[in-house]
Design a protein around this ligand. Structure first.
Ligand code: BG6
Length: 480
């Protein structure tokens, strides 16, 4: 058995998002967001893709984010549990529409600002470092209705105003920030990632890349403002990461895998290296895309790059050029991938590949040479409550194998700031809207239909993670 070591100030913790945890979707003056309009059930995916508009709640539909797990009211109880595990950091997101209910209001909503003030105070009282995502899949609905969301350049100004307001308010409380959660999601689920709704016959690709440009400029402006307002802040980007393996060593497969990876790297190349890569310019040309840019944009992107690379990793991806192989795609994950015969899959069809995390971390570090922050990882699984216990050995198994690969990456020389696993307390699944796809160390009594007492119950993994953090990873012993 090997023993592993992690840096002394390694940020162990967990990550949640406002719309999947808070609930209270119209309380405290909050406005309506795109993520409040994702029903559970079949329609959810086509709405997230921007193919079916959903701009106001429909009677008879169930919207899981409206109550979520009631974190808005129960955060003190939940933070006490995170503190009991020994969290050093909690990644949360601020709901844009709590601060600016319409997205373009003259002044921020004091009740919303006050809520996060108290939340940060509670975390800091427990010695937990807040790590804040400025936009985790949320856009105020008013901006979608009035401006068409991120397709419109105006969103850049509204986002900048929002970012400045929260930097100014929380400058003494929050040092770790991220601009857009999984910024590459915009290409896969455009309504979720950027509030985009397409009209019949529109050139989706053109709109998506124009919106991407706006988010990239907005991100650079937020980095600029953040550094000015909070000189010791660390401001990162956030990528839904995972290396794409070529199915075979056929150069065509290898080329296709590289292109797939570049679809995602494109965003981080701009956010971290500060300019559009040559392959993106070629892509725009080959696809007849004309991206409107303003005179200053190049300069802004160049001068305000991120301090670290935040990323999520759940699964590796795999691609082929062979039609026969392409007929065997994995199900469940929004990032399409052919089935990889060498790795297992979760109950939702997501590939389980711990070594892929090490490969991805090395790949990102080689490319950007900036500290990495693993801000999401975990296993979505069905848990059975036995009395008041959940024996989630499968989750412990998943997590410890992934944490081991983080340790290996650190030994490879990769600089990693921390690890905040996804959904340390069960929350609503983003892709499916289900509650039964659970990631937590803490079980929440609520089902897919919204029934349940919301009671919190510690799972077996709760104690596993507590021991791991207490030993700063040194007790990580994998029995194969
Ligand atoms: C990431 C998102 O895509 O994966 C989270 O940033 C999401 O919001 C997580 O919840 C896990 O996905 P899911 O669909 O299982 O909730």
């Amino acid at each position: 058995m090997t023993s592993y070591s992690f840096p002394e100030n390694f940020l162990w913790g967990g990550a949640i998002a406002a719309n999947q945890a808070e609930g209270a979707f119209l309380e405290g003056g909050k406005g309506l967001s795109n993520v409040d309009l994702l029903p559970s059930g079949e329609k959810r995916i086509s709405i997230m893709k921007g193919n079916v508009p959903s701009l106001s709640p429909v009677d008879g539909e169930y919207y899981p984010s409206h109550e979520a797990i009631g974190f808005y009211h129960r955060y003190k109880e939940d933070i006490a549990l995170f503190a009991e595990i020994g969290f050093k950091a909690l990644r949360i997101s601020i709901a844009w529409a709590r601060i600016f209910p319409n997205g373009n209001d003259e002044t921020p909503n004091e009740a919303g600002l006050q809520y996060y003030d108290e939340l940060f105070d509670e975390l800091l009282r427990h010695g937990i470092q807040p790590v804040v995502t400025i936009a985790h899949f949320d856009v105020p609905v008013h901006l979608i209705e009035k401006y068409g969301s991120w397709r419109n350049r105006k969103l850049v100004d509204f986002f900048e105003t929002y970012a400045k307001a929260i930097f100014t308010r929380y400058k003494d409380k929050v040092k770790y920030w991220m601009t857009f959660n999984e910024i590459n999601m915009l290409l896969h689920l455009p309504f979720l990632g950027a509030g985009l709704v397409f009209k019949e016959g529109e050139n989706k690709e053109q709109i998506q890349y124009q919106a991407a440009h706006h988010q990239l400029v907005a991100s650079a402006l937020a980095v600029k403002a953040g550094h000015e307002i909070i000189p010791d802040a660390k401001i990162g980007c956030m990528l839904a990461a995972a290396m794409t393996y070529p199915y075979t060593c056929n150069p065509d497969d290898v080329m296709k895998a590289m292109e797939r990876d570049r679809e995602s790297f494109f965003f981080i190349d701009v956010q971290s290296r500060g300019k559009y890569p040559g392959y993106a310019k070629r892509f725009f040309k080959d696809h007849d895309l004309n991206i409107a840019m303003e005179e200053n944009d190049e300069e802004l992107l160049k001068n305000h790059t991120v301090d670290y690379i935040g990323f999520s990793y759940y699964s590796s991806r795999c691609i082929s050029t062979d039609p026969e192989v392409l007929s065997k795609m994995t199900s469940g994950n929004v990032f399409s991938s052919v089935s990889n015969p060498y790795v297992k899959k979760s109950e939702w069809g997501w590939t389980i590949d711990p070594k892929g995390l090490r490969i991805t971390a090395n790949q990102l570090y080689d490319r950007y040479q900036k500290p990495l922050f693993i801000v999401e990882n975990g296993l979505g699984a069905i848990d059975e409550l036995e009395g008041d216990q959940v024996n989630d050995d499968y989750r412990i198994d998943y997590l410890q194998h992934h944490v081991k690969e983080i340790a290996e990456s650190i030994q490879d020389g990769v600089e990693i700031l921390g690890y905040t696993s996804w959904g340390p307390i069960d929350i609503v699944s983003a892709s499916s809207g289900e509650m039964k796809k659970r990631y937590g160390y803490i079980y929440v009594d609520k089902d897919n239909g919204g029934n349940g007492s919301l009671k919190r119950i510690k799972k077996k993994s709760f104690y596993w993670y507590k021991e791991l953090i207490a030993a700063n990873g040194a007790n990580l012993a994998i029995r194969e």
